[in-house]
Write a protein that binds this ligand. Structure first.
Ligand SMILES: [Mg+2]
Length: 252
């Protein structure tokens, strides 16, 4: 770490938890210790309800929620905890019409690449409208973790889908989401956008913020963060993240 960070920002899936899984008890306890001393933001492609399930519900009851900043849909929205309740601070919503345009492009890209067959059953919906984002999940929203991990281990399928979609949707931002998913949001809305907005709101210099994610490599889900001045820490999995939180706590 260059300087002791004033704000810690985590990716969710693959960093704090396994894909769509709840925080482990150990991770929840560590996060609570971190929250006692620093503001902590979590940014991920999921909807707000997903953060409540995966993160908030698992934190110890005495965790300092006023220090938690939730950025669902890759930074298209920000929620803060005030007066015992979650308040939406902003949301860059896509309209119903945008949603229809994006959905049509997703179906066409799925067919054009031959990577997803919509006539075959899926684990839940393949296309989900999350307000600030539309998400295409190749196997469906509720696909088992093991199947998701097997689907595209080298990112090749997602890169193909992303390229096709970006071609068809130049007016939007198209990014790789989780292990099987592609996220589409308003143009310019991505994790870098969310990070800019949050730092501005908190009056924290971006270089005093630290972003921790498991996909900071080229083409990865956290890559957009390099557009900011934030410090970054790449981790391979939640176990490495826990180790790193310990390091932060020992220096805080
Ligand atoms: Mg991740």
């Amino acid at each position: 770490m260059k300087t002791i960070p004033r704000l810690i920002i985590f990716d969710l899936d693959g960093t704090l938890t396994e894909s769509k899984q709840p925080l482990t008890e150990k991770m929840a306890a560590l996060l609570a210790r971190l929250l006692a001393v620093k503001p902590v933001a979590i940014i991920s492609g999921g909807a707000f309800s997903q953060f409540l399930k995966q993160v908030v519900a698992r934190l110890p009851v005495d965790a300092r929620l006023s220090n938690v900043y939730i950025l669902p849909t890759s930074g298209a929205a920000l929620y803060e905890f005030h007066n015992d309740d979650w308040k939406k601070i902003y949301e860059e919503r896509l309209s119903e019409k945008d949603k229809d345009t994006i959905e049509a492009a997703m179906r066409a890209a799925a067919e054009g690449t031959g990577l997803i067959d919509f006539s075959k059953p899926a684990y839940g919906e393949r296309i989900e409208y999350r307000g600030g984002q539309v998400t295409l999940s190749a196997l469906g929203q509720q696909a088992p973790l093991e199947l998701k991990k097997e689907w595209d281990p080298d990112h090749a399928k997602r890169h193909k889908l992303q390229a096709k979609l970006a071609e068809r949707l130049p007016q939007f931002s198209v990014g790789i989401g989780g292990a099987t998913s592609i996220d589409v949001s308003k143009r310019g809305v991505d994790k870098a956008y969310g990070l800019h907005k949050l730092c501005e709101r908190l009056g924290v210099k971006e270089s005093d913020a630290l972003y921790i994610g498991d996909e900071l490599e080229r083409g990865g889900n956290d890559e957009a963060v390099y557009k900011t001045d934030a410090q970054t820490k790449a981790v391979a999995n939640p176990a490495e993240t826990m180790h790193f939180i310990e390091t932060i706590l020992s220096g805080a």
